[in-house]
Every structure is written in structure tokens, then in C-alpha cells.
Design a protein around this ligand. Structure first.
Ligand SMILES: [Ca+2]
Ligand SMILES: [Ca+2]
Ligand SMILES: [Ca+2]
Length: 536
């Protein structure tokens, strides 16, 4: 019965989409702009831009120069995350989302932007409803200087590698995201050298020309590598009326991110996840827990650029995990593409994740969860468990936060430890068969909840009484890690339960069968009626 309306909707959709394609074909916009100054606007400006439009402008100036873009009018349909109509600006080609400098809509003008090399692109998009007056923008080729927002780039003296002109002055303000720092590395340097009074490069650790925050360089030696103390760095080049040199070339990168995690559990995702990560970034995430802890990490999602087709290695973008606090520590693995490594556990209380991306082709990134494995000593006899947790490892907890089976079996304070002593017939202990061996198991709970945030970590403790051998392993934290743990054990233990719950749901399935039967019966009756009418 539902077939007819479905078909109808399908036909309308096809026609509508054809119309939309026609409409898109009808609007001419975008193109390549290669003169040293120019302007462009949304279609129909200053009238309303048409719906369902997509335009792309590629601005290309001579190599070594940069493009400075300024908006003089900006009015697009507003949406909180600019999902409907938007302007996207790219530090390079627009087909690589890793080059994205920003996405804009509403009436807030995009800031004045400068590309960090000689290509900049702008994409305009409108959806099917609500239009506005759009935008008008001008651009110019910059001989030198500008505000640089890209994640990386190159700055050179004017006319580099030819001699720089006399009486030149350039200022580059490099800006990074709020918590990032800027790294500047000179690869070539040759300037008139006389106490840096005539020609010089000055680096200001901040956005302003504050002399006390400046370092001046001249002569023939590359200035030392610089890392800003904030997210802004100002570079000034100045030459006097005579005697020049080749000048300088320097690379900058603002895409370094560094984060330190000390909480007992956490999630780490690539920048902008699940949107595409930026190109040219190096991110360090350090997990540092109290001594005695181990760190277990779960890879929930990885989508990085594919392997190199030549080397079959992760040569382009990759996520590496180190068993320690630096890249000198042993590497536990390096992954890219859609690798899905199994959970990993550190050998100590520190772990380092490093994401490196190259200059093009971005992907969704990664999401990783970690949980700190509480240090504990579990032993057993033929009749009871003994569990010790060093109290200095969990200074935020009280003895009642550690319990076996249920809160009615809390730990006691014993010297520097929280101690649980439990006979096998108490505290949720139960006999089980594992690999044809009789064992006693229970669950140890460590409650890290604070305020209204529940966070109870679970450990399975196991004893083989015959051998007096005890073991412990982490089951989960709370969600979503619990989910991972459940998924891990699903194949073994959860399936029978799922099956039994399905059987108990048969009542509902039965009602569905009855409903379908009534429908079929109604259909047959209608058919008989129609046939009857035709025959009459
Ligand atoms: Ca719209
Ligand atoms: Ca000079
Ligand atoms: Ca890449």
C-alpha cells in the first residue's frame, strides 16, 4: 500500500533535483583571478544572491608573494555553525579542507586575511531557502607583510632570492589559535651586517612593536629557531638606503598543539574532529598519571590519510603512541588510514600520542579514550581474597570509594594502603568455570565520581584456589569505555543473554505477525471486491 506514495515522492525528488541542477548551471560565478589586484562578489550583488548556488574563486599571484583579502560588504543567511549559506576561505586550493582558514555567515565580516603562500581560494555556497545581499571583496598581491592565519607558511624578504630593495619595510603578524604557539625557523639569511642598525629582521614575541620583547638579527648567520610564548608573533624586516643582500627565508608553523592530561580517564580527539583535521600540524598529547598507574587506551575511530602507495607505510599523516613522555620513549605503534589497533596498555604511568599531518589531503581524524589502571595488589588463599591499593595513588578517594562486590564491602585503612579482606562466600564472590578450571571471581569497584558526575571503574578479580593464584584486570570505566569493554566480551559472554532476551520479547513479535496477517487479509478482501466489481 505504501508503494504508490513512495514512487510519487521519488519522482518529485528526481524532477526537483533536475531543476536544481538546471538552476546551478544557470548561475555563472567563480573563476581564476590572477591579476595583482581585483575584486569579486556573490552573484547578483548588490541584489539578493540566488538559492542553490556554489561559486569558487581561485586567486593566484606570482610565486613568492601572498594574497591579502578584504571584505567590504558581508551579509549571508545566519546559522550558528553556518550550515545553510556560507563563505569558506582556504589558504591554498579549496578542494583540500585541510587548508581551511575559516567558514563565515551572517553579518560578521571575515577578518582581513593573508594567504601564507601565493594561492588563496574562496567558496560561496547558498542553500534552497532564504537569501540575502551576499558579499563584496577585494584582494591585492602583497609584496611583503600581512596578517598570516594559516597553519604554516613561508615568509621571505621582498624579491628573494634576488637582493632585497633599499628603503623597504615589511611587517608580518603571524596568528595562531588561542592555545597554540608559533614556531619560526630561518633557512636562509644574508643581510648587511653592521650592528643591525641599518638592515635587520626583528622578531617580537607578541603582536606589538614593543622593543623590550624584540630580538634583532643581521649578517650572515641564521637567527636561532624561535617559539613564541603566546599565539602571536610579529616579524619586521627593514633595509636602509644602500648596501643590500639576498635577504632571508623562514618557515613558520602555528599548528603545534600540546595538551597534558592528568585525570584518571579522558578522551583525546584530533583537532576539529569529526570534521577534517588541518594540514601541517604536529600535536602532542601527554597523559601523566600518578606513579604506579598504567594507562590503557582504546582506539574508537581512526580515519587518517591513506598509506603511501610506494612504501606502504604511514608516510603522510600518522598517529604514533609512545610508551613514556617523549618521542625518545619506545614507540608502541604508528597508524594511519583506517587502522584499528587493539587497546594498548602502557608499561608505566606516562603515555604520549603524537599526530603529524603533511601539507595536503586531510581526513576525519581520530578519537581515542584512555583510562588509568589503578595500582593494586591482589592475592588469595584457598578461602579468601586480599586486595591492597596504595592510598597515595588515589589521594582523591576515601576508603568507602573502594569496595568489592557492593558498597557494603568497603576497604579498610591499613598503614599506607586501602585493604580489602574477603572470604569467598562474601562480597559478591562466586565460583565459576573458566577453561575447565574452577575459579572464584568478584568485581572490585573504584569510585572516582565527583559531584553529580558518576565515574565508577570496575576490575574483575579472580582466584584459582587450588594454586592460590590471583589475577586482576580492568573491566571498564563508566560509559563510553564500558561500551568498549562490553563489545570486547560480547562474543563470549553476552550473546546467550541477548538470545534469551529476544526469546522473552516474542510476545511483541507475535503481535507484529497478527498485525501483518490482518493487513494481508484486508488486501485479499479488497482484491476480491475489485474483481467482483469488474465482473459485475
Ligand atoms: Ca540560504
Ligand atoms: Ca642596507
Ligand atoms: Ca595529509
Amino acid at each position: 500500500m505504501q508503494n504508490i506514495p513512495c514512487k510519487f515522492i521519488f519522482m518529485i525528488t528526481v524532477l526537483w533535483e533536475e531543476a536544481v541542477i538546471q538552476a546551478r548551471k544557470g548561475v555563472k560565478c567563480g573563476g581564476v583571478l590572477s591579476s595583482s589586484v581585483g575584486n569579486f562578489s556573490s552573484p547578483n550583488f548588490p541584489g539578493l544572491y540566488p538559492p542553490y548556488t556554489e561559486c569558487s574563486w581561485l586567486i593566484v599571484v606570482s610565486e613568492g608573494s601572498t594574497v591579502q583579502l578584504t571584505f567590504h560588504h558581508f551579509d549571508l543567511e545566519f546559522h550558528e555553525s553556518c550550515e545553510y549559506d556560507y563563505v569558506k576561505i582556504y589558504n591554498g586550493e579549496s578542494k583540500d579542507e585541510g587548508n581551511l582558514l575559516g567558514k563565515f555567515c551572517g553579518t560578521d565580516f571575515p577578518p582581513q586575511l593573508t594567504s601564507s603562500w601565493h594561492v588563496l581560494s574562496v567558496l560561496f555556497h547558498s542553500d534552497k531557502h532564504v537569501t540575502s545581499t551576499g558579499f563584496f571583496a577585494t584582494y591585492k598581491k602583497d609584496i611583503c607583510g600581512g596578517i598570516l592565519n594559516g597553519l604554516s607558511g613561508v615568509i621571505t624578504s621582498p624579491d628573494y632570492p634576488d637582493n632585497y630593495p633599499n628603503n623597504a619595510e615589511c611587517q608580518w603578524l603571524i596568528q595562531a589559535a588561542p592555545d597554540s604557539k608559533i614556531r619560526l625557523v630561518f633557512t636562509d639569511f644574508q643581510m648587511e651586517s653592521e650592528e643591525c642598525n641599518f638592515d635587520y629582521v626583528a622578531i617580537f614575541d607578541g603582536p606589538n612593536l614593543e622593543e623590550n620583547k624584540a630580538q634583532r638579527y643581521c649578517g650572515y648567520t641564521n637567527p636561532p629557531d624561535t617559539t613564541s610564548s603566546s599565539n602571536e608573533l610579529l616579524v619586521v624586516f627593514k633595509s636602509d638606503f644602500n648596501i643590500g643582500g639576498r635577504g632571508f627565508k623562514a618557515h613558520f608553523s602555528t599548528g603545534e598543539c600540546r595538551e597534558i592530561f592528568t585525570t584518571v580517564k579522558g578522551n583525546i580527539t584530533s583537532p576539529r574532529y569529526p570534521d577534517l583535521y588541518p594540514n601541517n600540524i604536529i600535536c602532542h598529547w601527554n597523559i601523566q598519571l600518578l606513579p604506579g598507574f598504567h594507562i590503557k587506551i582504546f582506539f574508537r575511530d581512526i580515519e587518517l590519510e591513506e598509506r603511501s602507495s610506494l612504501s606502504k607505510e604511514c608516510d603522510y599523516d600518522h598517529l604514533s603512541v609512545y610508551d613514556g613522555d617523549s618521542e625518545d620513549s619506545p614507540m608502541l605503534g604508528r597508524w594511519c588510514a583506517s587502522d584499528t589497533p587493539p587497546p594498548l596498555t602502557s608499561s608505566g604511568n606516562k603515555l604520549l600520542l603524537v599526530l603529524v599531518t603533511d601539507r595536503d589531503t586531510a581526513n576525519k581524524g581520530f578519537s581515542v579514550s584512555y583510562i588509568g589502571v589503578v595500582p593494586m595488589n591482589v592475592s588469595c588463599t584457598r578461602t579468601d581474597f586480599q586486595i591492597l591499593v596504595p592510598s597515595q595513588s588515589v589521594p582523591q578517594l576515601e576508603r568507602s570509594h573502594i569496595y568489592l562486590g557492593s558498597p557494603s564491602c568497603p576497604s579498610q585503612i591499613s598503614g599506607n594502603n586501602y585493604k580489602i579482606y574477603a572470604r569467598f562466600d562474601t562480597c559478591g564472590t562466586e565460583p565459576q568455570k573458566r577453561n575447565n578450571t574452577s575459579v572464584i571471581v568478584s568485581v572490585l569497584y573504584v569510585d572516582f565520581s565527583f559531584g553529580t558526575h558518576e565515574d565508577i571503574h570496575e576490575y574483575e578479580v579472580q582466584c584459582e584456589p587450588k594454586r592460590k593464584e590471583a589475577s586482576v584486570h580492568i573491566l571498564s570505566g563508566s560509559d563510553p569505555l564500558r561500551l568498549n569493554a562490553l563489545l570486547d566480551s560480547a562474543a563470549e559472554s553476552r550473546l546467550p543473554e541477548a538470545e534469551s532476551s529476544e526469546t522473552s520479547d516474542n510476545g511483541q513479535d507475535g503481535s507484529d505477525v497478527i498485525f501483518i496477517s490482518i493487513c494481508i487479509l484486508a488486501g485479499i478482501l479488497m482484491l476480491i471486491a475489485v474483481v467482483g466489481l469488474v465482473l459485475l
